[in-house]
Write a protein that binds this ligand. Structure first.
Ligand SMILES: Cc1ncc(COP(=O)(O)O)c(C=O)c1O
Length: 409
Protein backbone atom coordinates (compact mmCIF):
# COMPACT_ATOMS: atom_id res chain seq x y z
CA UNK A 1 0.00 0.00 0.00
CA UNK A 2 1.22 3.50 -0.81
CA UNK A 3 2.71 5.29 2.20
CA UNK A 4 2.86 9.00 2.89
CA UNK A 5 6.31 10.17 1.63
CA UNK A 6 8.87 10.67 4.41
CA UNK A 7 9.76 14.09 3.07
CA UNK A 8 7.72 16.38 0.86
CA UNK A 9 7.94 16.19 -2.93
CA UNK A 10 9.22 19.42 -4.53
CA UNK A 11 6.54 21.44 -6.31
CA UNK A 12 7.97 21.00 -9.85
CA UNK A 13 8.26 17.27 -9.51
CA UNK A 14 4.82 17.04 -7.97
CA UNK A 15 3.12 18.77 -10.85
CA UNK A 16 5.14 16.98 -13.47
CA UNK A 17 4.00 13.67 -11.96
CA UNK A 18 0.40 14.85 -11.89
CA UNK A 19 0.58 16.05 -15.48
CA UNK A 20 2.00 12.70 -16.56
CA UNK A 21 -0.88 10.87 -14.90
CA UNK A 22 -3.40 13.31 -16.31
CA UNK A 23 -2.21 12.52 -19.83
CA UNK A 24 -4.31 9.35 -19.57
CA UNK A 25 -7.50 11.34 -18.80
CA UNK A 26 -10.09 12.35 -21.38
CA UNK A 27 -9.02 15.71 -22.79
CA UNK A 28 -12.16 17.86 -22.75
CA UNK A 29 -10.41 20.82 -24.34
CA UNK A 30 -10.66 19.53 -27.89
CA UNK A 31 -14.43 18.88 -27.71
CA UNK A 32 -13.95 15.12 -28.14
CA UNK A 33 -15.61 14.17 -24.84
CA UNK A 34 -19.40 13.92 -24.89
CA UNK A 35 -20.53 13.70 -21.29
CA UNK A 36 -19.47 14.55 -17.75
CA UNK A 37 -18.17 18.00 -18.68
CA UNK A 38 -19.74 21.27 -19.82
CA UNK A 39 -17.03 23.69 -20.88
CA UNK A 40 -18.32 27.02 -22.21
CA UNK A 41 -15.08 28.49 -23.53
CA UNK A 42 -11.95 30.24 -22.26
CA UNK A 43 -13.70 33.46 -21.15
CA UNK A 44 -16.06 31.57 -18.84
CA UNK A 45 -13.16 29.40 -17.64
CA UNK A 46 -11.25 32.54 -16.60
CA UNK A 47 -14.21 33.67 -14.48
CA UNK A 48 -14.52 30.24 -12.88
CA UNK A 49 -10.80 30.06 -12.14
CA UNK A 50 -10.77 33.44 -10.39
CA UNK A 51 -13.90 32.71 -8.34
CA UNK A 52 -12.50 29.32 -7.25
CA UNK A 53 -9.22 30.91 -6.21
CA UNK A 54 -10.91 33.70 -4.25
CA UNK A 55 -12.65 31.14 -2.03
CA UNK A 56 -9.90 28.59 -1.49
CA UNK A 57 -10.42 27.72 2.19
CA UNK A 58 -13.74 29.25 3.26
CA UNK A 59 -16.37 26.88 4.61
CA UNK A 60 -20.05 27.31 3.79
CA UNK A 61 -21.07 25.22 6.80
CA UNK A 62 -21.19 28.37 8.90
CA UNK A 63 -22.89 31.19 6.99
CA UNK A 64 -22.49 33.57 9.94
CA UNK A 65 -18.69 33.41 9.70
CA UNK A 66 -18.74 33.93 5.93
CA UNK A 67 -21.77 36.13 5.21
CA UNK A 68 -20.72 36.67 1.59
CA UNK A 69 -21.37 32.96 0.98
CA UNK A 70 -24.84 33.13 2.46
CA UNK A 71 -25.59 36.14 0.29
CA UNK A 72 -24.33 34.45 -2.87
CA UNK A 73 -26.12 31.18 -2.11
CA UNK A 74 -29.40 33.04 -1.52
CA UNK A 75 -28.96 34.87 -4.82
CA UNK A 76 -28.06 31.71 -6.79
CA UNK A 77 -31.17 30.00 -5.40
CA UNK A 78 -33.37 33.03 -6.19
CA UNK A 79 -32.04 33.36 -9.75
CA UNK A 80 -32.55 29.62 -10.34
CA UNK A 81 -36.07 29.75 -8.88
CA UNK A 82 -36.80 32.60 -11.28
CA UNK A 83 -35.65 30.54 -14.27
CA UNK A 84 -37.88 27.70 -13.09
CA UNK A 85 -40.88 30.07 -12.77
CA UNK A 86 -41.25 29.49 -9.04
CA UNK A 87 -43.85 31.52 -7.12
CA UNK A 88 -42.89 34.16 -4.51
CA UNK A 89 -43.31 31.69 -1.63
CA UNK A 90 -40.65 29.37 -3.06
CA UNK A 91 -37.30 28.79 -1.42
CA UNK A 92 -34.39 26.43 -1.84
CA UNK A 93 -30.80 25.54 -1.13
CA UNK A 94 -27.57 24.79 -2.92
CA UNK A 95 -26.06 21.32 -2.79
CA UNK A 96 -22.94 19.67 -4.17
CA UNK A 97 -24.64 18.26 -7.26
CA UNK A 98 -27.66 16.63 -8.81
CA UNK A 99 -27.39 13.55 -6.66
CA UNK A 100 -27.39 15.52 -3.42
CA UNK A 101 -30.32 17.69 -4.59
CA UNK A 102 -32.23 14.50 -5.40
CA UNK A 103 -31.34 12.97 -2.02
CA UNK A 104 -32.74 16.09 -0.34
CA UNK A 105 -35.91 16.08 -2.47
CA UNK A 106 -36.56 12.44 -1.52
CA UNK A 107 -35.80 13.13 2.14
CA UNK A 108 -38.15 16.14 2.22
CA UNK A 109 -40.92 14.16 0.48
CA UNK A 110 -40.51 11.28 2.92
CA UNK A 111 -40.79 13.65 5.91
CA UNK A 112 -43.81 15.35 4.39
CA UNK A 113 -45.58 12.05 3.68
CA UNK A 114 -44.95 10.95 7.25
CA UNK A 115 -46.09 14.25 8.81
CA UNK A 116 -49.10 15.02 6.61
CA UNK A 117 -50.39 11.55 5.66
CA UNK A 118 -48.91 9.24 8.29
CA UNK A 119 -46.99 7.19 5.69
CA UNK A 120 -44.89 4.67 7.63
CA UNK A 121 -43.43 2.59 4.75
CA UNK A 122 -42.81 5.19 2.02
CA UNK A 123 -42.42 4.41 -1.67
CA UNK A 124 -40.63 6.33 -4.41
CA UNK A 125 -42.26 6.14 -7.85
CA UNK A 126 -39.83 7.05 -10.63
CA UNK A 127 -39.51 6.22 -14.34
CA UNK A 128 -37.01 3.45 -15.11
CA UNK A 129 -35.05 6.11 -17.06
CA UNK A 130 -34.71 8.36 -13.99
CA UNK A 131 -31.16 8.95 -12.83
CA UNK A 132 -29.71 6.27 -10.49
CA UNK A 133 -29.55 9.00 -7.82
CA UNK A 134 -33.22 8.16 -7.10
CA UNK A 135 -32.38 4.49 -6.52
CA UNK A 136 -29.50 5.62 -4.32
CA UNK A 137 -31.79 7.96 -2.37
CA UNK A 138 -34.38 5.21 -1.90
CA UNK A 139 -31.67 2.86 -0.60
CA UNK A 140 -30.07 5.43 1.71
CA UNK A 141 -33.36 6.78 3.03
CA UNK A 142 -35.32 3.56 3.38
CA UNK A 143 -37.97 3.96 0.68
CA UNK A 144 -39.23 1.20 -1.60
CA UNK A 145 -38.10 2.07 -5.13
CA UNK A 146 -40.90 1.44 -7.63
CA UNK A 147 -40.08 1.92 -11.33
CA UNK A 148 -42.52 3.28 -13.89
CA UNK A 149 -42.00 1.49 -17.23
CA UNK A 150 -41.37 3.53 -20.38
CA UNK A 151 -43.54 3.79 -23.47
CA UNK A 152 -42.09 3.18 -26.91
CA UNK A 153 -41.10 6.87 -27.08
CA UNK A 154 -38.91 6.36 -23.97
CA UNK A 155 -41.13 8.63 -21.83
CA UNK A 156 -42.74 7.41 -18.60
CA UNK A 157 -45.98 5.46 -19.06
CA UNK A 158 -48.63 7.51 -17.20
CA UNK A 159 -51.22 4.69 -17.22
CA UNK A 160 -48.68 2.39 -15.55
CA UNK A 161 -47.85 5.12 -13.03
CA UNK A 162 -51.57 5.41 -12.21
CA UNK A 163 -51.63 1.69 -11.43
CA UNK A 164 -48.46 1.82 -9.30
CA UNK A 165 -49.24 4.90 -7.19
CA UNK A 166 -50.76 4.12 -3.81
CA UNK A 167 -51.29 5.50 -0.31
CA UNK A 168 -47.65 4.76 0.62
CA UNK A 169 -46.21 6.74 -2.30
CA UNK A 170 -44.16 9.60 -0.87
CA UNK A 171 -42.78 11.02 -4.12
CA UNK A 172 -43.48 10.77 -7.83
CA UNK A 173 -40.68 11.76 -10.22
CA UNK A 174 -40.33 12.92 -13.82
CA UNK A 175 -37.19 14.01 -15.69
CA UNK A 176 -36.72 17.09 -17.85
CA UNK A 177 -34.99 15.60 -19.69
CA UNK A 178 -33.75 12.17 -18.65
CA UNK A 179 -30.09 11.31 -19.13
CA UNK A 180 -30.35 8.14 -21.27
CA UNK A 181 -32.58 9.48 -24.08
CA UNK A 182 -32.88 13.24 -23.56
CA UNK A 183 -36.68 13.09 -23.63
CA UNK A 184 -38.95 14.91 -21.17
CA UNK A 185 -41.45 12.78 -19.24
CA UNK A 186 -45.18 13.72 -19.28
CA UNK A 187 -44.71 15.99 -16.24
CA UNK A 188 -48.25 17.53 -16.12
CA UNK A 189 -49.92 14.11 -16.14
CA UNK A 190 -47.53 12.58 -13.59
CA UNK A 191 -47.71 15.65 -11.32
CA UNK A 192 -51.53 15.56 -11.47
CA UNK A 193 -51.53 11.92 -10.31
CA UNK A 194 -49.43 12.99 -7.31
CA UNK A 195 -51.30 16.22 -6.53
CA UNK A 196 -54.74 14.52 -6.50
CA UNK A 197 -53.47 12.39 -3.61
CA UNK A 198 -51.50 15.06 -1.71
CA UNK A 199 -48.22 13.41 -2.80
CA UNK A 200 -45.02 15.37 -3.57
CA UNK A 201 -43.77 15.54 -7.16
CA UNK A 202 -40.18 16.19 -8.18
CA UNK A 203 -39.06 17.36 -11.61
CA UNK A 204 -35.47 16.29 -12.13
CA UNK A 205 -34.26 19.23 -14.22
CA UNK A 206 -30.63 18.62 -13.27
CA UNK A 207 -29.88 18.59 -17.01
CA UNK A 208 -32.60 20.89 -18.30
CA UNK A 209 -32.94 23.51 -15.55
CA UNK A 210 -30.39 25.86 -17.09
CA UNK A 211 -31.04 25.04 -20.74
CA UNK A 212 -34.77 24.43 -21.33
CA UNK A 213 -35.76 27.96 -20.15
CA UNK A 214 -33.46 29.39 -22.82
CA UNK A 215 -34.64 26.92 -25.47
CA UNK A 216 -38.14 28.19 -24.76
CA UNK A 217 -37.00 31.78 -25.26
CA UNK A 218 -35.44 30.72 -28.57
CA UNK A 219 -38.87 29.50 -29.67
CA UNK A 220 -38.28 25.75 -29.21
CA UNK A 221 -41.22 23.51 -28.39
CA UNK A 222 -40.37 22.75 -24.75
CA UNK A 223 -42.74 20.38 -22.95
CA UNK A 224 -44.05 21.75 -19.61
CA UNK A 225 -41.70 20.86 -16.75
CA UNK A 226 -41.30 23.77 -14.32
CA UNK A 227 -43.36 25.35 -11.51
CA UNK A 228 -45.98 26.52 -14.03
CA UNK A 229 -47.13 22.88 -13.94
CA UNK A 230 -49.61 22.42 -11.07
CA UNK A 231 -48.51 19.75 -8.61
CA UNK A 232 -44.74 20.11 -9.10
CA UNK A 233 -43.49 20.56 -5.53
CA UNK A 234 -39.68 20.46 -5.98
CA UNK A 235 -37.22 20.85 -8.85
CA UNK A 236 -33.49 20.14 -9.01
CA UNK A 237 -31.32 22.10 -11.46
CA UNK A 238 -27.54 21.75 -11.73
CA UNK A 239 -25.44 24.87 -12.13
CA UNK A 240 -22.50 22.56 -12.81
CA UNK A 241 -24.16 21.21 -15.96
CA UNK A 242 -25.73 23.71 -18.38
CA UNK A 243 -25.21 26.53 -15.83
CA UNK A 244 -21.54 26.09 -16.90
CA UNK A 245 -20.15 26.19 -13.35
CA UNK A 246 -17.23 24.05 -12.20
CA UNK A 247 -18.32 20.92 -10.32
CA UNK A 248 -20.03 21.02 -6.95
CA UNK A 249 -23.03 23.27 -7.62
CA UNK A 250 -26.69 22.32 -7.82
CA UNK A 251 -29.93 23.89 -6.59
CA UNK A 252 -33.07 22.37 -5.14
CA UNK A 253 -36.14 24.60 -5.12
CA UNK A 254 -39.37 23.98 -3.17
CA UNK A 255 -42.59 25.55 -4.46
CA UNK A 256 -43.51 26.13 -0.81
CA UNK A 257 -40.54 27.55 1.11
CA UNK A 258 -42.07 26.27 4.34
CA UNK A 259 -41.43 22.71 3.10
CA UNK A 260 -37.72 23.50 2.83
CA UNK A 261 -37.57 24.54 6.47
CA UNK A 262 -39.99 21.92 7.80
CA UNK A 263 -38.97 18.84 5.81
CA UNK A 264 -35.51 19.38 4.33
CA UNK A 265 -33.73 21.21 7.17
CA UNK A 266 -31.90 19.10 9.72
CA UNK A 267 -31.39 20.63 13.17
CA UNK A 268 -29.60 19.11 16.15
CA UNK A 269 -29.64 21.17 19.34
CA UNK A 270 -28.36 18.75 21.93
CA UNK A 271 -24.60 19.03 21.33
CA UNK A 272 -21.86 20.67 23.41
CA UNK A 273 -20.55 22.24 20.19
CA UNK A 274 -23.75 24.28 19.82
CA UNK A 275 -26.77 24.21 17.52
CA UNK A 276 -26.14 22.38 14.24
CA UNK A 277 -28.43 23.20 11.35
CA UNK A 278 -28.01 22.04 7.76
CA UNK A 279 -30.04 21.92 4.54
CA UNK A 280 -27.99 19.21 2.83
CA UNK A 281 -26.11 15.96 3.39
CA UNK A 282 -22.66 17.52 3.70
CA UNK A 283 -21.28 19.06 6.87
CA UNK A 284 -18.36 21.23 5.83
CA UNK A 285 -19.22 22.67 2.44
CA UNK A 286 -16.71 24.06 -0.05
CA UNK A 287 -17.23 27.74 -0.72
CA UNK A 288 -15.73 27.73 -4.19
CA UNK A 289 -18.72 26.12 -5.98
CA UNK A 290 -21.08 28.72 -4.47
CA UNK A 291 -18.78 31.53 -5.52
CA UNK A 292 -18.23 30.05 -8.98
CA UNK A 293 -21.98 29.52 -9.51
CA UNK A 294 -22.74 33.09 -8.49
CA UNK A 295 -19.93 34.41 -10.67
CA UNK A 296 -20.82 32.48 -13.83
CA UNK A 297 -24.56 33.19 -13.51
CA UNK A 298 -23.94 36.92 -13.15
CA UNK A 299 -21.23 36.95 -15.80
CA UNK A 300 -23.39 35.28 -18.44
CA UNK A 301 -26.80 36.66 -17.49
CA UNK A 302 -29.85 35.94 -19.64
CA UNK A 303 -28.08 37.18 -22.72
CA UNK A 304 -25.03 34.96 -22.30
CA UNK A 305 -27.05 31.85 -21.48
CA UNK A 306 -29.35 32.58 -24.42
CA UNK A 307 -26.39 32.86 -26.75
CA UNK A 308 -24.84 29.60 -25.53
CA UNK A 309 -28.22 27.84 -25.71
CA UNK A 310 -28.50 28.94 -29.33
CA UNK A 311 -25.09 27.43 -30.07
CA UNK A 312 -25.94 24.15 -28.31
CA UNK A 313 -29.28 23.94 -30.11
CA UNK A 314 -27.79 24.57 -33.55
CA UNK A 315 -25.02 22.02 -32.98
CA UNK A 316 -27.52 19.46 -31.67
CA UNK A 317 -29.79 19.93 -34.70
CA UNK A 318 -26.83 19.49 -37.02
CA UNK A 319 -25.70 16.34 -35.20
CA UNK A 320 -29.19 14.85 -35.08
CA UNK A 321 -29.79 15.47 -38.77
CA UNK A 322 -26.32 14.13 -39.57
CA UNK A 323 -26.79 10.96 -37.51
CA UNK A 324 -30.25 10.35 -39.02
CA UNK A 325 -28.79 10.67 -42.51
CA UNK A 326 -26.16 7.94 -41.93
CA UNK A 327 -27.53 4.67 -43.34
CA UNK A 328 -28.35 2.23 -40.56
CA UNK A 329 -28.25 4.72 -37.66
CA UNK A 330 -31.27 5.87 -35.64
CA UNK A 331 -31.74 8.41 -32.86
CA UNK A 332 -33.82 6.76 -30.12
CA UNK A 333 -36.98 8.75 -29.32
CA UNK A 334 -37.40 12.50 -29.93
CA UNK A 335 -34.83 14.26 -27.73
CA UNK A 336 -35.95 17.80 -26.89
CA UNK A 337 -32.69 19.26 -25.78
CA UNK A 338 -29.02 18.44 -26.30
CA UNK A 339 -28.77 14.88 -25.03
CA UNK A 340 -29.44 11.85 -27.20
CA UNK A 341 -28.80 8.18 -27.72
CA UNK A 342 -28.42 6.61 -31.14
CA UNK A 343 -28.27 3.02 -32.22
CA UNK A 344 -29.14 0.72 -35.04
CA UNK A 345 -31.34 -2.20 -35.96
CA UNK A 346 -28.79 -3.41 -38.54
CA UNK A 347 -25.31 -2.35 -37.42
CA UNK A 348 -23.32 -3.43 -34.37
CA UNK A 349 -23.48 -0.03 -32.67
CA UNK A 350 -20.94 -1.04 -30.02
CA UNK A 351 -18.45 -1.82 -32.81
CA UNK A 352 -19.18 1.61 -34.30
CA UNK A 353 -18.34 2.97 -30.84
CA UNK A 354 -15.03 1.07 -30.85
CA UNK A 355 -14.02 2.71 -34.13
CA UNK A 356 -15.00 6.11 -32.71
CA UNK A 357 -12.88 5.38 -29.62
CA UNK A 358 -9.94 4.55 -31.86
CA UNK A 359 -10.44 7.87 -33.60
CA UNK A 360 -10.21 9.66 -30.26
CA UNK A 361 -13.89 10.33 -29.49
CA UNK A 362 -15.07 9.55 -25.95
CA UNK A 363 -18.63 8.23 -26.32
CA UNK A 364 -20.67 6.57 -23.60
CA UNK A 365 -22.34 3.21 -24.26
CA UNK A 366 -25.87 2.28 -23.19
CA UNK A 367 -27.92 -0.87 -23.30
CA UNK A 368 -31.69 -1.13 -23.27
CA UNK A 369 -31.58 -0.58 -26.26
CA UNK A 370 -27.90 -0.65 -27.25
CA UNK A 371 -26.78 2.85 -28.06
CA UNK A 372 -24.03 5.42 -28.09
CA UNK A 373 -24.81 8.51 -26.06
CA UNK A 374 -23.90 12.15 -26.59
CA UNK A 375 -24.42 15.30 -24.59
CA UNK A 376 -23.73 18.47 -26.56
CA UNK A 377 -21.95 21.44 -24.97
CA UNK A 378 -21.10 24.80 -26.56
CA UNK A 379 -17.56 23.61 -27.35
CA UNK A 380 -18.90 20.92 -29.69
CA UNK A 381 -19.89 23.50 -32.32
CA UNK A 382 -16.36 23.32 -33.73
CA UNK A 383 -16.17 19.53 -34.00
CA UNK A 384 -19.63 18.53 -35.28
CA UNK A 385 -18.49 18.10 -38.90
CA UNK A 386 -15.41 16.05 -37.97
CA UNK A 387 -17.54 13.90 -35.63
CA UNK A 388 -20.14 13.19 -38.31
CA UNK A 389 -17.42 12.38 -40.84
CA UNK A 390 -15.84 9.86 -38.51
CA UNK A 391 -19.22 8.42 -37.51
CA UNK A 392 -20.25 7.94 -41.09
CA UNK A 393 -16.94 6.15 -41.85
CA UNK A 394 -17.33 4.02 -38.70
CA UNK A 395 -20.88 3.04 -39.67
CA UNK A 396 -19.65 1.92 -43.09
CA UNK A 397 -16.68 -0.03 -41.78
CA UNK A 398 -16.60 -1.20 -38.19
CA UNK A 399 -15.88 -4.92 -37.88
CA UNK A 400 -17.17 -6.55 -34.71
CA UNK A 401 -17.38 -5.15 -31.23
CA UNK A 402 -14.70 -5.53 -28.57
CA UNK A 403 -17.57 -5.99 -26.13
CA UNK A 404 -17.25 -2.88 -24.03
CA UNK A 405 -20.04 -2.88 -21.44
CA UNK A 406 -22.47 -0.01 -20.97
CA UNK A 407 -21.19 1.90 -18.03
CA UNK A 408 -21.99 5.32 -16.55
CA UNK A 409 -19.60 5.61 -13.62
C1 LIG B 1 -31.00 13.80 -15.36
C2 LIG B 1 -29.93 13.76 -14.32
N1 LIG B 1 -30.28 13.80 -13.01
C3 LIG B 1 -29.36 13.76 -12.03
C4 LIG B 1 -28.02 13.65 -12.32
C5 LIG B 1 -27.03 13.54 -11.19
O1 LIG B 1 -26.21 14.66 -11.13
P1 LIG B 1 -24.77 14.62 -10.46
O2 LIG B 1 -23.91 13.76 -11.31
O3 LIG B 1 -24.39 16.07 -10.46
O4 LIG B 1 -24.92 14.09 -9.09
C6 LIG B 1 -27.60 13.60 -13.66
C7 LIG B 1 -26.20 13.49 -14.02
O5 LIG B 1 -25.83 13.44 -15.17
C8 LIG B 1 -28.59 13.65 -14.68
O6 LIG B 1 -28.26 13.57 -15.98
Amino acid sequence: MMQLPKTGVPRDELFSRMRARKAEDADWRGGRTWSLIYPAGPEVDAILREANELYLHENALNPFRFPSLRQMETEVVAMTAGLLRAPEAADGAMTSGGTESILMAVKAARERARAERGVAAPELLAPSSAHPAFAKAATYLGLKHVQIPLRSDFRADVAAAARLINESTALVVGSAPNYPFGVVDPIPELAALAAERGISFHTDACLGGFLLPFYERLGADVPPFDFRVPGVTTISADVHKYGYCTKGASVIVHRDGEHLRRYQLFVHRDWPGGIYGSFSMAGARPAAPIAAAWAVMNYLGEEGYGHLAGRVRQTTEKLQAGIRSIPGLRVWGEPVMSVMAFGSEELDIMAVGDVMDDRGWCLDRQNGPDALHIMVSPEHAGVADAFLGDLSAAARNHGSSRGKAARYS
